[in-house]
Design a protein around this ligand. Structure first.
Ligand code: ZN
Length: 445
């Protein structure tokens, strides 16, 4: 709710964005985080969060193994130091140091010698892409395995191999990060991103790095809402946060999961389970204005942590902002989801879109025309003159004034009016500010 007597529209959270600088900033951060071996628990997540903490205020939380979280328990903590397959000549034919994707995440420790036939059931490759290493996990079934390129695999001869996975799987913690930027009114905007994939860029690091850049920019802004950024291991991290913050979650008025948001594809939005929440309508409006080719999909219970936020017991208004959605690009969950797949210009465009979404959320509201009997005389208040001239911009401003005055009976928000008029929200907002300043509009309580 907007307090009477204060124009809520004179502050904007967007700022003139230096696109080139922003894209470079997000891509550079991805480059720094790329080598770290992350999983759903362990030191990789801690190291990632420590790096993020150098840029934004972040609380790093540790949830002990075994802690109950609804129908789940926090798993044991997994860490890995080294892993390899050596041939009979003692050469590392598969080496964790070359790529952390080589080991199935959560592999139990192994030290053994075995034939190729014994090794084969533990090997994973992609015949259709002979140079790519697949990404595989086994969080909840104790096993071990190696991922390798089909080319590496087909070069393995029938000999005795030394197999080593120097990992630990023991009681410890699940680690997640939380950055909270308080606002002046009640209600929170949630940005959530998963932080549990190793060297993968679009699926994982694009969302992480974009969220950091977004938080940095919102930090220095006046904020109506509280902004909460979650950097959580996928699925179990979101479940843990919801379990530990069940009451706080009710404050979430709008939310976005950020994932796969750095590739060269068009923007895409997956609606919240509610489908008609304000966030759904805001993102639709922003995409219509900025990227008419952008896709909007209905909610489905398959994807990222929206599955948890939008579970029926929470049903939070949380959608997913992506470029090419998960599973719809060939490089998904392979070593080809690398630094070349993510693009500085696309990352900057995604950040700009997030800032536009925030701008609409911050300024949207419902108002009352204080002079509703016939049109008020705008000319004598200088409102036409203020807009001056007959340029296309001025005609839009005039149209915005008339739309707002006509529709502001306390039932239509500025976003509704932007939708009906076909005018960009920024034009509607500017006209509403002028009307507020002239006393022709007041907040609807
Ligand atoms: Zn993934």
């Amino acid at each position: 709710m907007i307090p009477a007597g204060r124009s809520p529209l004179d502050e904007t959270v967007s700022q003139s964005l230096d696109i080139e600088q922003a894209g470079g900033e997000i891509h550079d951060r991805i480059r720094r985080l790329y080598p770290i071996c992350r999983s759903i628990t362990g030191n990789g997540v801690r190291e990632t969060l420590r790096i993020i903490a150098g840029e934004i205020p972040i609380d790093i939380r540790e949830v002990p193994s075994g802690t109950a979280a609804f129908d789940w328990h926090i798993p044991r903590e997994w860490n890995i130091r080294d892993a390899y397959i050596k041939n009979s000549a003692g050469e590392r034919v598969v080496d964790f140091n070359a790529s952390n994707l080589h080991v199935v995440s959560y592999s139990v420790p192994v030290r053994s010698r075995m034939s190729l036939a014994q090794l084969q059931p533990h090997l994973f490759s992609i015949p259709d892409h002979p140079d790519w290493i697949p990404y595989k996990t086994s969080y909840y079934r104790e096993t071990w395995g190696f991922c390798l390129s089909e080319r590496q695999r087909s070069a393995l001869r029938d000999e005795l191999y030394e197999v080593c996975i120097d990992s630990t799987l023991e009681n410890g913690h699940l680690t997640y990060g939380e950055c909270c930027l308080p606002g002046t009114e009640t209600g929170e905007v949630l940005f959530s991103t998963h932080v549990c994939h190793p060297s993968l860029c679009n699926d994982n690091l694009s969302g992480v790095s974009l969220a950091v850049s977004l938080a940095k920019r919102l930090q220095s802004r006046k904020r109506r809402y509280t902004y909460r950024f979650l950097f959580v291991p996928g699925t179990i991290g979101a479940i843990a946060w919801l379990s530990l913050n069940e009451k706080r979650a009710t404050a979430v008025k709008h939310g976005l999961v950020l994932a796969c948001i750095g590739d060269r594809g068009r923007l895409s939005y997956k609606q919240s389970r509610q489908g008609i929440a304000e966030i759904d309508r805001v993102v639709q409006h922003v995409l219509t204005q900025s990227d008419p080719g952008g896709r909007v999909e209905e909610f489905s219970p398959y994807g990222y942590d929206e599955r948890q936020y939008c579970s029926p017991g929470f049903n939070l208004p949380v959608g997913v902002l992506s470029r090419t959605p998960h599973g719809q690009f060939a490089e998904y969950h392979t070593s080809a989801d690398n630094l070349d797949l993510v693009d500085a210009a696309s990352l900057a465009d995604s950040l700009e879109t997030c800032l536009s979404i925030v701008e609409v959320l911050e300024a949207n509201g419902t108002f009352l025309n204080t002079s509703p009997k016939c049109e008020p005389q705008l000319g004598k208040r200088g409102l036409y003159a203020a807009m001056g001239g007959h340029s296309a911009d001025n005609r839009r401003q005039e149209a915005a004034l008339l739309w707002i005055l006509n529709q502001s009976d306390g039932t239509q928000s500025l976003l509704d009016i932007a939708g009906k008029s076909g005018l960009p929200f920024a034009v509607i907002r500017a006209a509403a500010t002028a009307l507020l300043d002239n006393g022709l509009l007041r907040p609807s309580v």
